[in-house]
Design a protein around this ligand. Sequence first.
Ligand code: GLN
Length: 190
Amino acid sequence: MKIGILAIQGDFELHRKALTSLSVDSLFVRSSKDLDNIRALILPGGESTTMSLLMNKFDLFNSIKKFSNNFNLFGTCAGAILMSADSGDRRVKNLGVIDVFSKRNSWGAQIDSFSDFINLNKDEILSDKFYATFIRGPRFSKVSKDCKIIGHYKNDPVLIRNDKHLISSFHPEIGKDLSVYKYFINMINE
Ligand code: GLN
């Protein structure tokens, strides 16, 4: 199985490193042709406004949307913003593959970045704690009934899935715990 990583802007290298540690092949996706060769796609953190522009420029928006009908997406931070239904920012073109509102930069500015333990739903992931890093992440709200909250930080949902797709407001590629990737790989195999 090969997992694609959208590699037009942002933190894509560390996702490859995480997948390699799990012996999963990866492919940097930079054109719609690349989507033919992968089984799932990770949309990394970065800047959702810039990624929106580049997705248009490289003709990736419509092809990723089409890909998401049959295959799994995992969006982290900016990637989650792109995947959500709306983020209240006209500069962001939302794919709308998961029915959640994401408010950008909701945990503060770059200088307010932090790491802390989040609580995971133990029925879904074996361990109930995950040490998560937040860097100008989105806050999720208006989570639709077809979604399941897999992780919370205090009262906020920070890891959410629907039938096929997963979003996190934090950066699972930072740190040594690969349990969120393992969870996504299980989703692919469901
Ligand atoms: N604040 C960024 C955005 O709105 C996301 C930050 C990140 O991905 N670390 O796109």
